[in-house]
Design a protein around this ligand. Structure first.
Ligand code: KG4
Ligand code: ZN
Length: 424
């Protein structure tokens, strides 16, 4: 099955085309292995644009998606063409009634309508079996652009449309391993493990412990009551005068601090001590807004000791604060996740979402599990697929398409608060 997938839930505009092959019917048998050959993987990040605002602005995200979708579709098809997978037959003629329907859908996306019509009139329809699109959760205006684009495309090309939950994309891509490269194209493999599978989904918008009870059936064990982990990284980074997105910045400073400390052999003095919020509560919920406030107070305290008010932190202080913050977050995540693994007896733990790229978090999980739960298989997304991307939407779209979960174009509704869990 060849799938074209579209992702616009936040600040990345992404399209991927995957050739998916399952040994057996993966919708029924959890022990099958599926390969995903990445025929095309295009992405435009809006990070530079949002950096000015210190975070993602929904209206700006929507405008940028509308501007970027048609060009990256062009780039995706070009890649298909280079691989000899684009038919050269005469252009298809779109019937008048379908044109009217497309016009209605695109009347809500005036920024994109003209370039879309021109594109589908001038380009050949590729050979694909389904179009997958993220319809939630995320920023509603951003989601709608992708949903409307996908609906119009499904009509123009007359292919089935499959809606995808963004969080399922993060979960499933975490189970993928890069197995080989064929004709310069990456091949990912998912050997669907035995359920239950525990997922720790940590991104800019979510912090969730999600249990996959049966293949593709989820139960939310707990989540953050306020800020998501990535959001906390971003806000703390902002307070420290670091650019958006703050996660990688804090991570780099913290790594430097640990390195320096090694050479000092533990003789350095610890400058900051932050709380580990909710670490001992009997549930699986999290809270990171108090941690952020604690950082704010720590910054104020340190400034009070300075003759010149609002003097910036020096390098050593920045590194130490970043390290203590990253340690606090990691400890809370690990304690709650280990508790959930023990209680659910899950033998696979998967990390997903942008924050799962964090090397310290990955290393700490690896070490803790080796020590406490050596039988648990720990999986993280392939490099480059931790943050938002089209490949993860194509993977989830494949499993959903196998179950024939198609919708009629024109009827799909974006849902900013969409949940993955049946038992919320
Ligand atoms: O999954 P994602 O790309 O987008 C959402 O769906 O939210 O996650 C983005 C988040 C940002 O908050 C970013 O700061 C964080 O992931 N992030 C990191 C790292 N890389 C990205 N956080 C901590 N350490 C990192 N290395
Ligand atoms: Zn995401």
């Amino acid at each position: 099955m060849r799938i074209l997938s579209i992702e616009t839930s936040c600040d990345e505009t992404a399209i991927a085309i995957l050739e998916c092959e399952s040994n057996e019917d993966a919708a029924k048998d959890t022990s099958t292995s599926t390969t995903f050959k990445v025929l095309s993987h295009t992405l435009i990040s809006q990070i530079e644009i949002h950096r000015e605002y210190g975070g993602v602005f929904p209206a700006v995200a929507k405008r940028e998606h509308a501007k970027n979708l048609v060009p990256i579709l062009g780039a995706a098809l070009e890649e298909l063409g280079e691989a000899g997978l684009l038919p050269e037959k005469p252009l298809q003629v779109i019937p008048e009634n379908i044109r009217t329907q497309i016009g209605e859908i695109l009347s809500r996306e005036s920024d994109m309508a003209e370039s879309f019509i021109q594109f589908i009139t001038e380009n050949n329809r590729p050979i694909i079996d389904a179009i997958a699109v993220t319809y939630g959760p995320g920023l509603a205006p951003a989601l709608w652009v992708g949903v409307n684009f996908a609906q119009a495309l499904a009509l123009a090309w007359n292919v089935p449309l499959v809606p995808v939950n963004h969080m399922e994309g993060h979960f499933l891509v975490g189970l993928a391993r890069t197995t080989e490269s064929i004709d310069n194209k990456t091949v990912l493999t998912i050997d669907a493990p035995q359920t239950p599978i525990l997922g720790l989904l940590i991104s800019g918008g979510h912090t969730q412990l999600m249990l996959m009870n049966e293949w593709l059936s989820y139960q939310l064990l707990g989540e953050t009551r306020d800020d998501a982990v990535g959001e906390a990284f971003d806000k703390v980074a902002r307070m420290m005068g670091l650019p958006y997105p703050g996660g990688p910045e804090i991570s780099k400073l913290a790594a430097k601090c640990r390195e320096d400390e090694k050479s000092l052999e533990g003789t350095s003095e610890k400058l900051f001590s932050l709380p580990r919020p909710m670490i001992d509560t009997p549930d699986y919920n999290f809270s990171f807004s108090g941690l952020k406030t604690a950082v704010l107070y720590a910054l104020r305290d340190i400034q009070k000791t300075r003759p010149e008010e609002s003097a910036p932190l020096d390098t050593l202080e920045k590194e130490q604060l970043a390290r203590e913050f990253e340690d606090a977050v990691t400890e809370v995540l690990i304690v709650k996740t280990v508790k959930a693994l023990k209680e659910t007896q899950a033998q696979t733990l998967v990390l997903g979402g942008g924050v799962s790229a964090n090397p310290h978090i990955q290393k700490s999980f690896t070490e803790t599990l080796a020590d406490k739960l050596p039988n648990v298989d720990f999986q993280v997304p392939p490099t480059g697929l931790t943050g938002d991307n089209g490949v993860m939407i194509g993977i989830a779209g494949f499993y959903r398409a196998q179950r024939k979960e198609f919708v009629d174009p024109g009827t799909l509704v974006a849902d900013g608060n969409l949940s993955l869990s049946k038992v919320a």
